[in-house]
Design a protein around this ligand. Structure first.
Ligand code: UFG
Length: 324
C-alpha cells in the first residue's frame, strides 16, 4: 500500500515510516518541519506541506494515489496549549479538518489518527479503558477529542473509515535505526532523565512529590514507539473489515512513578542521576495507566516491550548518539 505519513519527520511518525517500509509498504512523508527533522525522513519521499495551507496539501495529493493516511502532525505540549489555545485548535483541529477535506477531494477514505490519553482528563479508575468519561483538562486534550468527534461525524456523512489511537506515554527508540526522540525544548521525562544521566542535559527537575501515589511522584504508562507503530499497522488492517470510526487506548497497563523511572534509568545507564524536587507542573494528573484490552482483542496487539528497562535501553542508545 502507499501510505501518507503526516508528521513523518517527527518522533513517532519517523518510527512509523520505518515500520511501514519494513513491511514493504510505500511511504510518503508530509511535514512542515516546524518541529520535525529532515534527518529523520529516511524512508520514503519528503513532501514539505503545511496543514494550515490548503494549496500545499492539494499539491501533496496531486499525482500521488494514497491508500490511507496516518496522521501524526500536531502541537502536543500540554502546558503550551494552556498558554496558547488558539494555536492548538488551529493546528490540531483546523489543520486536521483541512487534511480530511483534502483526503475526501482526492478519494482517500482511510485514516489512522494519533490521539492521546489527554482526552480523558483526571482518571476515575486505576486503569483507563475506552468507556472512561472524556473530560479533557487542557486545550491539547480537547483539540484531540474534537477531532475524534469529527471522525465519527465523517464516518456517518462521507463513509470515512478511521481509527484513533490514544497513546499513553510514548517512549524509547528503534534499536536498529538512527531515529529517536528529539524535541526542543524537551519536556518529556525519559529524555530528560537520560540526558541528566549522560551529562548532555541539566539535572532533572522532578515536578511534585506530594501526589496521592505510593512515592508521591506521578505515575505513567510507558509504551515503546515501535509497539505504537505496530498498532497503527494493525489498525490499518482492521479498517479493511470494519467501516466507521473506532478508538483504542494504547499502553502497557502498568504504571511507573517518576522515582521508579529514575531508578531504572540509573540501573540501565550505570550513572547516578542528579535531580531536584520542584513544585507540581500545571495540568499533570497523578496517575495515567491504560487498559488496552480492547486493542489486544480487536487488533491482536501485544506490546513487544512490556518492561521499562528495555524501553529505557533503546532510548539510552539513541541519546548516546543523537545525530539530530
Ligand atoms: N516530569 C518530571 N520532570 C521532567 C519531565 C516530566 O518530573 O523533566 C514528570 C511530569 O510531571 C509527569 C511525568 O514526568 O508527571 C511524565 O511527564 P511527560 O512530560 O514525559 O509526559 P506526560 O505524562 O505529561 O504526557 C503524556 C503524553 C501527552 C498527554 C499527557 C496527558 O505525552 O500526550 O500525558 O497528561 F497529553
Amino acid at each position: 500500500m502507499h501510505i501518507l505519513v503526516c508528521g513523518g519527520a517527527g518522533y513517532i511518525g519517523s518510527h512509523m515510516a520505518r515500520w511501514l517500509a519494513l513491511r514493504d509498504h510505500r511511504v510518503t512523508v508530509l511535514d512542515n518541519l516546524s518541529t520535525g527533522h529532515r534527518e529523520a525522513v529516511q524512508w520514503g519521499e519528503l513532501v514539505e506541506a503545511d496543514l494550515l495551507d490548503r494549496a500545499s496539501l492539494d499539491r501533496a495529493f496531486e499525482g500521488r494515489r494514497f491508500d490511507a493516511v496516518m496522521h501524526f502532525c500536531a502541537r502536543s505540549l500540554v502546558g503550551e496549549s494552556v498558554q496558547d489555545p488558539y494555536a492548538y485548535y488551529a493546528a490540531n483541529v483546523s489543520g486536521t479538518l483541512h487534511l480530511l477535506e483534502t483526503m475526501r477531494r482526492h478519494g482517500v477514505d482511510r485514516l489512522v489518527f494519533s490521539s492521546t490519553a489527554a482526552v480523558f482528563g483526571h482518571p476515575n479508575s486505576a486503569r483507563i479503558d475506552e468507556d472512561h468519561p472524556k473530560q479533557p483538562i487542557n486545550p491539547y486534550g480537547a483539540s484531540k477529542l474534537m477531532v475524534e468527534r469529527i471522525l465519527a461525524d465523517a464516518a456517518g456523512a462521507y463513509g470515512l473509515r478511521s481509527v484513533a489511537l490514544r497513546y499513553f506515554n510514548a517512549a524509547g527508540a528503534s534499536p536498529q535505526a538512527t531515529i529517536g526522540e528529539s524535541h526542543s525544548p524537551e519536556t518529556h521525562l525519559i529524555p530528560n532523565v537520560l540526558r541528566a544521566a549522560l551529562g548532555t542535559g541539566p539535572a532533572l527537575k522532578v515536578f511534585g512529590e506530594d501526589y496521592a501515589t505510593p512515592d508521591g511522584t506521578c505515575v505513567r504508562d510507558y509504551v515503546h514507539v515501535d509497539d505504537l507503530a505496530e498498532a497503527h499497522l494493525r489498525a490499518l488492517d482492521y479498517l479493511d473489515a470494519n467501516a466507521g470510526a473506532h478508538a483504542f487506548n494504547l499502553g502497557n497497563g502498568q504504571g511507573f512513578s517518576v522515582r521508579e523511572v529514575i531508578a531504572a534509568a540509573e540501573a540501565v545507564s550505570g550513572r547516578k542521576i542528579p535531580f531536584s524536587i520542584e513544585p507540581r507542573r500545571a495540568g499533570d494528573p497523578a496517575v495515567l495507566v491504560a487498559a488496552s484490552d480492547k486493542a489486544r482483542a480487536a487488533l491482536g496487539w501485544v506490546p513487544a516491550y512490556d518492561r521499562l528497562e528495555p524501553i529505557l535501553e533503546t532510548a539510552l542508545r539513541w541519546h548516546r548518539a543523537q545525530p539530530y
